[in-house]
Write a protein that binds this ligand. Structure first.
Ligand SMILES: Nc1ncnc2c1ncn2[C@@H]1O[C@H](COP(=O)(O)OP(=O)(O)OP(=O)(O)O)[C@@H](O)[C@H]1O
Length: 632
């Protein structure tokens, strides 16, 4: 209702159209009050001009045209609205099914839509009507409804396809929501404006089609509609008799109804379209990762165990190997930080490890075990059950994953409902508890996303990620879009919640200083590989890899004098080729030509739980760099 009022307030065109339509509905409903004459009574003089007792004149059979117009509006509007509803229903179902399921389903549906679009409308109507001859008005409604859906389906399909790629829909799919829920709760509300516009277009089409069919004598011409009025006027040679009023009255009424529908349609488009179409730039979902040694550093029972994971993108220029032979563990309850400069493969690793890497992305090999189950081997249904219950994800710019037309309460409920929590009281109690956990007020549950600040929205998404108390939450730069004060607050809350609930967190960021403060352990990624991994304090105090050292020195210390910070000169190697040597060689201040550019350093444990892949720290190389080569 609010939406309708908004459209009427914001669009004068829609307001005029709605007023016109309302007037016609009132005239149709109030016909018995406005005239005491029956539309079919033939008690009057024939061919009477408008005026006096017959303001719109009479027909060749002595019927009152005003009465026909008023009563005719009833059937005409009924046909328009009902056929419009049928066609819009089909169009919406077809368009959304095609967009949601995509692939083959979409291709088949698209062909069907195109077939209906190329079939000429009127001949199709005539043929269909011929089959249903004798079915009266109902047959006309059915025929128009069944032949008028294709255009709406095409428009809705295109918009739904765009919507399908939006973050909040992807997030809903990732949380395990079923197809019905995603379609009806996530996508449909966002298409409401378009569906309404489609309804008024098809209603207009229905009115015009009925008039055309009636005009050529198809359908039940014994009924009074504006279309059949035209038929009889034409059949009795009204124009030849100079009885223009007989044609003009229904003709103008149809034109006015068409104008009303068109104005409403324009208005809806004007007000709703920018909202629908302005899809925000896609974010990413989770990320993090790390590459590592064959035997990673954490305890014997890792919660997440990545082994020799290889992943990347299949491009026309060849494979981009963004994640290279990564082995990494995350222990239960551990806060693992994953850092590395932009483009080093953190996000790809996170997507790959959680089966969210979509084409052109692909996992080329390796394993990703969560609680002992290989996520990469799960069926889609098994994966749906595991996601959100066993692990969840926080996207990079979470404000975009919230559905703009649903209150956040519904969205917090969604993940829980998708995993079987049905009781409203339990959902509400849990939602309130979660909001308290992440520093939001219970009142905020009733807000729409646009009523919340970026920081609050981020908290909502974190609350959703924690809803089912998963064992692991992967956070991909979840606070980068926020100012530093809010970032700190949120991080503090994440850490508190994690400690309280014993959840493991994999936190991805460029900001190494942040990780040092928050993490139990940190993995440093470079050019698709994990080059160093250590307990946070150890890494901070004794970084071993020259890349880690440079990354550390790129951030100012929290205390001490102010000094200029240098970036790391040079660029990482291209990821579309093999790198059978140290990937940091070209930028390394301590590089050993002949060794580092000719061999790949092994990832070795240099102290307890501290591993590094660098010839400077390979025991053999430290003593005699070239001895290592000799043994190759
Ligand atoms: N769709 C794609 N097609 C081809 N290459 C891609 C694609 N997406 C990412 N890449 C490449 O994969 C590499 C790793 O990208 P990724 O986004 O995983 O890095 P990142 O460390 O998470 O970076 P950032 O911190 O900027 O998000 C980059 O070199 C990037 O150019």
């Amino acid at each position: 209702m609010n939406g309708v009022l908004t459209i009427l307030r914001r669009s004068p065109r829609a307001a005029v159209g709605a007023a016109l339509l309302l007037l016609m509905v009132l005239l149709a409903v109030g016909a018995p009050l406005l005239t005491h004459v029956s539309p079919t009574s033939q008690d009057f003089g024939t061919w009477l001009k408008p005026g006096g007792a017959h303001p719109l004149g009479t027909t060749a059979l002595g019927q009152d045209i005003l009465a026909q117009l008023l009563y005719g509006a009833r059937l005409t509007l009924l046909i328009g609205f009902t056929a419009g509803l049928i066609a819009t229903f089909i169009a919406t179902a077809v368009g959304l099914t095609a967009a949601y399921f995509g692939g083959r389903t979409d291709e088949i549906i698209n062909v069907l839509i195109n077939v209906f679009l190329v079939l000429p409308g009127l001949p199709l109507l005539i043929i269909a009507s011929a089959f249903l001859r004798g079915g009266g008005v109902l047959a006309i409604i059915v025929v128009i409804g069944l032949t008028g859906w294709a255009w709406g389906a095409r428009v809705l399909r295109s918009q739904a396809l765009a919507l399908r790629g939006r973050d909040f829909v992807q997030a809903a799919v990732a949380t395990g929501e079923g197809a019905g829920r995603v379609i009806f709760a996530e996508m449909l509300p966002n298409l409401a404006g378009l569906i309404a516009a489609s309804f008024f277009s098809t209603a207009l089409y229905a009115v015009l089609s009925e008039a055309s069919l009636a005009f050529i004598g198809i359908g039940d011409v014994s009924q009074v509609t504006w279309g059949t009025m035209l038929y009889w006027a034409q059949a009795r040679g009204a124009l030849l008799q100079g009885a223009w009023w007989w044609i003009a009255a229904p003709g103008l009424a149809i034109a006015l109804l068409g104008t009303a529908f068109a104005l409403i349609n324009f208005g809806i488009d004007e007000v709703t379209n920018p909202k629908v179409i302005h899809a925000t730039k896609a974010t990413r979902v989770l990320r993090r990762g790390g590459q590592a040694p064959a035997e990673p550093a954490s305890g014997p029972e890792p919660l997440l165990a990545l082994r020799h994971l290889d992943a990347g993108y299949v491009t026309p220029g060849g494979q981009v190997r963004a994640v290279r032979d990564v082995s990494l563990d995350v222990a239960p309850g551990e806060f693992l930080g994953l850092a590395g400069e932009s483009g080093c493969g953190k996000s790809t690793l996170a997507f790959a490890a959680t089966r969210l890497l979509e084409a052109p992305g692909a996992v080329f090999g390796g394993e990703a075990r969560l609680g002992g189950r290989d996520l990469l081997a799960l069926t889609p249904e098994e994966l749906r059950r595991v996601r959100w219950r066993d692990y969840s994800l926080v996207f990079q710019a979470s404000m975009n994953v919230l559905n703009p037309v649903l209150r956040v309460r519904e969205q917090v409920y969604d993940a829980m409902q998708a995993h079987g929590v049905r009781d409203r009281a339990a959902l509400e109690a849990r939602a309130r508890e979660l909001f308290q956990l992440v520093g939001l007020r219970a009142d905020d549950l009733s807000a729409y996303p646009h009523q919340l600040s970026g920081g609050m929205k981020q908290r909502v998404v974190i609350a959703i990620a924690l809803a089912l108390e998963p064992k692991l939450v992967i956070m991909d730069e979840p606070t980068t879009a926020l100012d530093v004060v809010v970032q700190r607050q949120i991080l503090q809350e994440i850490d508190d919640v994690r400690r309280r609930l014993g959840i493991a967190v994999v936190f991805i960021t460029h900001d190494l200083s942040l990780l040092v403060e928050m993490s139990d352990r940190i993995a440093i990624m470079y050019a698709g590989e994990v080059v160093e991994e250590a307990p946070a304090a150890q890494l901070y105090a004794h970084p071993k890899h020259p890349y880690t050292r440079q990354l550390m020195s790129a951030f100012p210390p929290l205390d001490g004098p102010r000094e200029r910070r240098e970036g790391i000169p040079g660029r990482p190697p291209a990821l579309n080729a093999d790198i059978p040597y140290c990937p940091f060689f070209a930028r390394c201040p301590a590089r050993m030509p002949g060794l580092c550019d000719a061999h790949k350093p092994a990832n070795v444990e240099v102290s307890a739980a501290h591993r590094v892949a660098c010839f400077l720290h390979s025991p053999a190389t430290k003593e005699e760099p070239h001895a290592a080569l000799a043994s190759d």
